[in-house]
Design a protein around this ligand. Structure first.
Ligand SMILES: [Zn+2]
Length: 203
């Protein structure tokens, strides 16, 4: 598995981008959060955690602790995959908050606070967070998931139509006609094979 390749951020929703942190972009499956180092690299690219906080957590935690958090992240991801594939294609109908507990349990650990800071545009209110352990890295992921679950119309959450593609995205196009994770990964490939099929039919 090659986690050096840049991660994919094409879902138009950071909660769903997390789901796409395991994918098969070209033939070989890639898991970007296969271990603690992978998790840190993925979080850096996702910008869910500020770079300086990420550096501090990564330098203070043992590699074993980071690997354990990555394992928890993968579990959360598979829970999310089951949840999204159960409900997508229709308006979301969850009757029991117990079903959302994996996310709520993480959100309860949040240690956020706000601070007045002096920025380029003057004084502004800045959201900050206490990073008391490596496990806290899961909180912003849970927050992105929670935002996706509470704000997205699940009717338009789709799986890519590409052959063997597992990527999931929110279709925010006006006509809701998005079919592919991206043109470069699947859209063009589908167009080429449709073109070949047409050519064969002509012959
Ligand atoms: Zn695709």
């Amino acid at each position: 598995m090659n986690t050096a390749a840049p991660a994919l951020f094409l879902a138009d929703s950071s909660g769903l981008d997390f789901l796409n942190s395991i994918a098969t972009p070209i033939d070989t499956p890639v898991d970007w959060i296969v271990d603690g180092t992978g998790l840190i690299a993925w979080l850096r690219q996702s910008q869910l955690v500020p770079a300086d906080s990420l550096d501090r957590v990564a330098s203070e935690a043992t590699p074993q602790a980071l690997d354990a958090v990555a394992a928890q992240a993968r579990e959360l991801r598979e829970w999310l995959r089951r949840f999204v594939l159960k409900y997508n294609g229709h308006p979301l109908t969850v009757r029991n908050t117990q079903e959302l507990e994996p996310v709520n349990a993480l959100l309860r650990q949040d240690q956020s606070f706000s601070q007045l800071v002096i920025g380029k545009e003057g004084i502004q209110l800045d959201a900050q967070r206490r990073w008391t352990s490596a496990q806290m890295l899961l909180v912003p992921i849970a927050e992105a998931i929670a935002r996706m679950i509470s704000e997205e119309d699940f009717t338009h959450i789709k799986t890519c139509e590409g052959h063997a593609c597992t990527l999931i995205f929110a279709d925010h196009t006006r006509a809701h006609g998005r079919r592919w994770c991206s043109m470069s990964l699947c859209g063009n490939r589908a167009k080429v094979s449709a073109h070949r099929r047409r050519q064969r039919a002509v012959r």
